[in-house]
Write a protein that binds this ligand. Structure first.
Ligand code: HEM
Length: 209
């Protein structure tokens, strides 16, 4: 089993000393940098677009990181499980800020345009679907919800993370004008992270029918 590898054991030992708040702090640095650059006028010729896109990209990276936790543990033995809740909540936070930038700075509260985009532009509809499925995940990302729902139901609900990943990747692919570049890399990564979950674990018991 990969967990027995000395390298993985050493990494896990080091990771146990990393407090969860450090992950929050580290993951919030890019947001702070982007906001700082926006305020100081250092975001180039189209600052709103750069801010919006930068935040969206970090949101997607955090979704990828969240989805990578289980395969990483399974195939290398390295466990980031202790940080998974923080990663998911951080992804949600970035998506919410991304939406706020869109409403306030990009469309500047032009509600008719916002409504038109939300019903007519496929990449916006898909992005919104991603945000909507992340809502119940964020609200139930606490021990009290696991207790109240029961572990099995909670795990089932949290499979919505897969939907959020697909929606986020598709959103990026749809808004990219050319069918090349890193939107496809993110889509491939997310598909791979979901596909490896279909590989049966050696020795794992089949779920009762
Ligand atoms: C799971 C949710 C979402 C994720 C992961 C996400 C991620 C992204 C990414 C990766 C980009 C492109 C970044 C780049 O080009 O480097 C982007 C751009 C954008 N997103 Fe999202 N997004 C999400 C939800 C939303 C929502 C809810 C809205 C608004 C309703 C939205 C509006 C936009 C806009 C307007 C752009 C820029 C489009 C352009 O520059 O033409 N996104 N997003």
């Amino acid at each position: 089993m990969a967990a027995a590898l000395p390298f993985a054991a050493a990494v896990n030992g080091a990771l146990r000393r990393v407090p969860v708040w450090a992950v929050w702090l580290l993951a919030l640095v890019p947001l702070g940098v982007l906001v700082g650059q926006a305020v100081s006028g250092n975001l180039g010729p189209d600052p709103v677009r750069t801010l919006e896109r930068g935040i969206g990209r970090h949101a997607l990276q955090l979704i990828v990181a969240t989805l990578a936790v289980t395969p990483l543990r399974r195939f290398t033995g390295i466990s980031l499980v202790r940080f998974r809740r923080a990663l998911g909540l951080l992804a949600f936070l970035y998506v919410v800020v991304h939406l706020i930038v869109w409403v306030t700075l990009d469309l500047q509260f032009r509600w008719d345009e916002i409504a038109a985009d939300l019903t007519r532009r496929p990449f916006i509809i898909v992005g919104m679907a991603g945000l909507v499925v992340m809502l119940p995940l964020a609200v139930t990302s606490n021990a009290a919800s696991i207790r109240a729902m029961g572990a099995a139901a909670w795990r089932r609900l949290h499979r919505l993370t897969y939907v959020a990943g697909i929606a986020g990747a598709l959103h990026f692919v749809l808004l990219s004008k050319v069918w090349a570049g890193d939107s496809l890399v993110y889509a491939g990564l997310i598909i791979a992270l979901l596909a490896v979950r279909l590989i049966p674990e050696p020795g794992a018991r089949r779920a009762p029918a």
